[in-house]
Design a protein around this ligand. Structure first.
Ligand SMILES: [Fe+2]
Length: 153
């Protein structure tokens, strides 16, 4: 993988948040914004980063866009062919907290507490992502991301 590309895609995955606080809408906003600028790969990351299971209906949060837009996202998500950039940003998103790196299961439990539910299939997929990149890196993911020492500035 190209580390710089992964870094840039990571920076841009939530660019949809620049249009204000939202739930599924931040996916729509980021995806369509990057497409409008011609950054198709960044658009794909904006679309896929919340979906370790490739199903729009597994989104945890409010469906705060019109049905037609949900259907458009649904089709684009179903058509997306995931690569390791999609998978890496999904994993990083499932480890990232506002104070730094979180334990993946603690973070999912926190989401479960806040939203009342967490699809088991999605939970298992996130655990598999962690194992997938640990196998590639040949070490514990928390070592890779310096969980104990990294503090966002
Ligand atoms: Fe996001």
């Amino acid at each position: 993988m190209d580390a710089e590309k992964a870094y840039v895609l990571g920076l841009l995955h939530d660019v949809g948040r620049k249009f204000g606080f939202s739930h599924l809408k931040h996916i729509w906003d980021g995806y369509t914004y990057m497409l409008s600028l011609g950054y198709d790969e960044a658009a794909k990351i904006c679309l896929t980063h919340s979906f370790s299971i490739q199903n729009i209906h597994d989104y945890i949060g409010r469906f705060d866009i019109e049905d037609g837009k949900v259907r458009e996202l649904e089709q684009a998500l179903a058509a997306a062919e995931y690569d390791d950039y999609d998978r890496l940003i999904q994993l990083c998103d499932s480890l990232a907290g506002s104070e730094g790196v979180m334990d993946i299961e603690e973070r999912m439990s926190d989401v479960k507490r806040r939203y009342g539910a967490y699809p088991q299939e999605k939970w298992d997929a996130n655990i598999r992502l962690k194992a997938y990149f640990e196998a590639k890196a040949g070490k514990n993911i928390y070592e890779v991301v310096e969980k104990e020492t990294y503090k966002p500035s």
